[in-house]
Design a protein around this ligand. Structure first.
Ligand SMILES: Cc1cc2nc3c(=O)[nH]c(=O)nc-3n(C[C@H](O)[C@H](O)[C@H](O)COP(=O)(O)O)c2cc1C
Length: 140
């Protein structure tokens, strides 16, 4: 039984390349072994992550992620039963929101993702994926 989960969190401390590399290295290994796919979007102090996979696997992983002290204020925005993965090509795609990101309003400094419905944020992620531009494909 497959699900897709979307959650939002706030980074504790700056979102350095080192922090991101360490998260992605763990994700690459763990997610591949546990049938998890998704996307990790970061920027402006926020993390927005989609996790897809078997319901039990996604819940187990979320339990670990929720205890990670590198972020706080975790809010689950959406959990859906799914027939197909949306991010099936990515063990964990990585999207960095930068000033050059063509997608508004997520890159706007005053944009507060905590004030947005989950579906809106998921649509924004779809747009980011569709542009292809800011995505690092961690695993083909
Ligand atoms: C924003 C964020 C996203 C993360 N995403 C994943 C992920 O997709 N897969 C994963 O295995 N670990 C991910 N982690 C790392 C886990 O929180 C945790 O450090 C890792 O699973 C090791 O857990 P352990 O210390 O209990 O062994 C993420 C951490 C953060 C802060």
């Amino acid at each position: 039984m497959l699900i897709r989960m979307l959650y939002l969190s706030r980074s504790v401390g700056p979102q350095t390349t080192m922090m991101t590399s360490s998260i992605l290295a763990t994700a690459l290994d763990f997610n591949a072994r546990n049938g998890i796919t998704g996307v990790l979007c970061q920027g402006q102090g926020f993390f927005l992550q989609v996790l897809e996979g078997e319901r039990s696997a996604v819940n187990r992983l979320y339990g670990r992620i929720a205890q990670d002290t590198r972020h706080k204020d975790l809010e689950v925005l959406l959990v859906d039963d799914i027939q197909q993965r949306r991010f099936g090509n990515w063990t964990m795609a990585h999207v960095v929101l930068s000033d050059r990101s063509p997608v508004v309003p997520m890159q706007h400094p005053s944009f507060d993702p905590y004030a947005q419905p989950g579906r809106v944020l998921l649509e924004r992620l779809d747009e980011l994926i569709a542009t292809g531009h800011p995505i690092k494909n961690v695993v083909a």
